[in-house]
Design a protein around this ligand. Structure first.
Ligand code: NAD
Length: 261
């Protein structure tokens, strides 16, 4: 392992799972690059609170990951600021619940662009530097929906299956370079992304919002409990340790038993 403070980029890190991962890395002493599409002033308090968790540098990089040029440029901007990028967490993602025949093509494109295409662009930009230094970690936040399907989520399920495939292919390419590449596949985690889809789920399933939580969201999750964002963050931190050097090309479930069925 190389010396010096490691630098980590977490995409989509002003909310939910990404924010938890950024907090965990800051507390662990990393230099942390946070990202979303939001204006700097709108996220300044969130970024300052993350910075207060540790002694490393915490910087915010505005980039809309639906745009290929901005996704690729984000990595360059982080390397320009920190001088290196050791850990890349592709976390940004959006959701849309609708029957396939009612899903606007623009939503299909946007879901795929933000989660899958952006991961391709950031990995392309980040991997050469990691390989040159002989150490790196790439973590793609996929989903239980990268391994299983649910109705009314065609774009999301297709995208997350793609993220798992991308993970495996790049892991093989990076295997002899000291760089591991893994996907984390959470079940339902209580975040703004999930809270916002309760209404849409209620509409397409014809259920009340309470019943959606019990009978749609937590039904496939045998623990009947939401995963907490901090649990995902701990797993990400573990994958960045040297003890995890042999874990690569894996799709690691953290889903309350969902995919055991
Ligand atoms: P969230 O809505 O709380 O956070 C999403 C983050 O992505 C925000 O910081 C947002 O600003 C950012 N983002 C959205 N669009 C962006 C864009 N175009 N460019 C840059 N940033 C953008 O969501 P979350 O629940 O924390 O989800 C994070 C990841 O975890 C997603 O990839 C999601 O698919 C995945 N996931 C979530 C769950 C869950 O139950 N919450 C389960 C499995 C997987």
């Amino acid at each position: 392992m190389q010396n010096g403070t490691r630098a980590a980029l977490v995409t989509g890190s002003t909310s939910g799972i990404g924010l938890s991962i950024a907090q965990r890395f800051a507390a662990g002493g990393y230099d942390v690059a946070m990202n979303s599409f939001e204006a700097d002033a709108d996220v300044a308090e969130i970024v300052a609170a993350v910075a207060a968790r540790g002694n490393g540098r915490v910087r915010y990089f505005r980039a809309d990951l639906a745009d290929a040029v901005q996704a690729h440029g984000l990595v360059g901007a982080v390397i320009a600021e920190f001088g290196r990028l050791d850990v890349l967490v592709n976390n940004a993602g959006v959701q849309k619940v609708a029957p396939v025949e009612e899903l606007p093509p623009a939503d299909w494109d946007r879901i795929r662009a933000i989660s899958l295409d952006s991961a391709f662009h950031t990995i392309r930009a980040a991997l050469p530097g990691m390989a040159a230094r002989g150490w790196g970690r790439i973590i793609n936040i996929a989903s239980a929906h990268g391994l299983r399907a649910s109705p009314f989520k065609s774009a999301y399920v297709a995208t997350k299956h793609g993220v798992v495939g991308l993970t495996k292919a790049v892991a093989l390419e990076a295997a002899e370079k000291g760089v591991t590449v893994n996907a984390i596949c959470p079940g339902y985690v209580w975040t703004p992304l999930v809270a916002e889809q309760v209404r849409d789920q209620a509409r397409v399933h014809g259920l009340s919002e309470d019943r959606v939580v019990r009978e749609v969201m937590l039904a496939p999750q045998p623990t009947r409990q939401f995963v907490q964002p901090e649990e995902i963050a701990e797993l990400a931190a573990y994958l960045c340790g040297d003890a995890a050097r042999s874990i690569t090309g894996s799709a690691i479930s953290i889903d309350g038993g969902w995919t055991a069925k």
